[in-house]
Design a protein around this ligand. Sequence first.
Ligand SMILES: NC(=O)c1ccc[n+]([C@@H]2O[C@H](COP(=O)([O-])OP(=O)(O)OC[C@H]3O[C@@H](n4cnc5c(N)ncnc54)[C@H](O)[C@@H]3O)[C@@H](O)[C@H]2O)c1
Length: 249
Amino acid sequence: MIHPTAPDAPYRLVVSGAASGIGAAVARGALARGWEVLGLDLPHLEGDSGPVPIIGCDVSDEEAVVAAFARVAEHWPAGPDALVHSAGVYAVTPLLETGAAAWDRVLGINARGSFLVAREGARAMAPRSGDRSVVLLSSVGAVRGDDREPSAAYSASKGAVTSLTRQLAAEFGSAGIRTNAVAPGVIDTAMTTLTNDPEASDAFFASRVPLRRAGTAEEVAAACLFLAGPESAYITGVVLPVDGGQAIL
Ligand SMILES: NC(=O)c1ccc[n+]([C@@H]2O[C@H](COP(=O)([O-])OP(=O)(O)OC[C@H]3O[C@@H](n4cnc5c(N)ncnc54)[C@H](O)[C@@H]3O)[C@@H](O)[C@H]2O)c1
């Protein structure tokens, strides 16, 4: 049975990683647009630990992700209109010192987590008609190597997110569900280590980033919200860099 969104219904967004950084900025931006927002984040952050209510869920755990979307359905039986999946982890370790368990942890949260959250998000949206949107978080690391902060597991995980985005756009398109990704460069959030070292940071921005500075969570959130919302209704399969130009140097 098809449940079209009533024309005057509020736009409903699920955002993962909503307790911090880019996810929190997406949640704040969506609230400012008058959207209804539910957050997902780690179980110990369950409750009101961010700008929106958090449903606790480790995104790498299949049962937990399925259970979290069952709770979303209790709030919104007709499903969300959009999903921004921002939960993720960063890890800097030279490849020769990277153990398989550390590799699996990063791939488990970033790649498997994107697969699980996108799958459950799309399942929740599927019964309805109308424009619906999934936005994933890739990274400049998917297309650029990094000799300064070696992070092979992270880069590989974000390469997987980029490929997943294109595949899901192809697979979900006929159901009216768009899938896009945002690929941030260096963004000033709790995840970022470069900005802790002012000297290294100045040298990096002077030589490798055309706009010569870090981005803000709000600047990435603006791109996520554009791709999540109806203004981008004819855009799918895109990976949009928000990196001050880093990927072109
Ligand atoms: N900050 C950057 O420079 C940057 C650059 C490129 C890409 N990104 C990507 O943007 C996204 C958001 O990053 P951020 O900068 O806001 O980081 P952040 O550390 O501020 O926020 C990440 C959020 O994800 C949550 N999280 C981590 N592991 C989780 C798990 N297993 N289950 C559920 N939630 C979990 C954390 O609790 C946190 O709230 C990530 O996917 C990241 O890889 C960030």
